[in-house]
Ligand binder design. Structure first.
Ligand SMILES: O=C(O)COP(=O)(O)O
Ligand SMILES: [Mg+2]
Length: 224
């Protein structure tokens, strides 16, 4: 089996602009208990640790007391609505498809490591006709830990046959911290859902568009 370099992508805020659909689904769930809706711009303080944490954060921000049962009930309403509405307005960021094409043309393997439920991630990628581009897709419930732990990154590398070295591409501290914990170089995009300036995250490279993500950059980073 020839060795391939692997580029691991985060999903929400990195491959796909999913924020409006996540906020819409959240608002649908919150409306059932008369909690005021959020704006799309609030996605940065809500998304990142999976949908259960998104619901908990929303209730915390609104000052609504919650127990496991309340969170579970809202999560079920959210998931049902979100999944039925897919793909909604979720779409690739500009230049993403061309980027995947050129990395694959260079012989690189591609994978997804997201904190989104694996089922939701796979379904969304299927509906957008993107699944065949990835050698492996793992979600927040695929492994025993989730980002910012390094485990999911190491497990993703193991799952992709022939992959020994990888670069992680993401949008938040979860991605950079997970990459560091796994000993893998990190690239962050500045157009995603980080709640702090991405320049403070400690990534090896900060990019403002997919145009800058070239096979040459990945080779350089792996050679460093
Ligand atoms: O759904 C989330 O909360 C985070 O998803 P991500 O890891 O793909 O950014
Ligand atoms: Mg993300």
């Amino acid at each position: 089996m020839p060795q391939s370099d692997l580029v691991i992508f985060d999903l929400d805020g990195t491959l796909l602009d999913t924020g409006a659909d996540l906020v819409e689904g959240l608002n649908h769930a919150l409306a059932t208990i008369d909690v005021a809706p959020f704006e799309n711009a609030d996605v940065n303080r809500l998304v990142g640790q999976g949908t259960r944490v998104m619901v908990q954060r929303a209730l915390d921000i609104r000052g609504v007391a919650h127990d496991d049962e309340k969170v579970e009930r809202l999560l079920t309403v959210f998931l049902d609505h979100y999944e039925r509405s897919m793909p909604g307005a979720s779409k690739p960021y500009p230049g993403m498809l061309e980027c995947l094409d050129r990395l694959a043309a260079d012989g690189m393997k591609l994978a997804v490591c997201t904190n989104k439920h694996e089922r939701l991630a796979r379904k969304l990628l299927d509906l957008l006709d993107l699944s065949s581009r990835f050698a492996f897709v793992g979600g927040g419930d695929t492994f025993s830990t989730r980002k910012p732990d390094g485990g999911p990154i190491l497990a993703t590398i193991e799952k992709v046959e022939g992959a020994t070295r990888a670069v992680m591409v993401g949008d938040t501290h979860n991605d950079v911290d997970a990459a560091k914990a796994a000993g893998v170089p990190a690239i962050v995009f500045d157009f995603g859902y980080s709640d702090v300036p991405v320049t403070t995250l400690g990534a090896d490279r900060v990019l403002d568009s997919y145009e800058g993500l070239t096979a040459e950059l990945v080779h350089d980073m792996l050679a460093d």
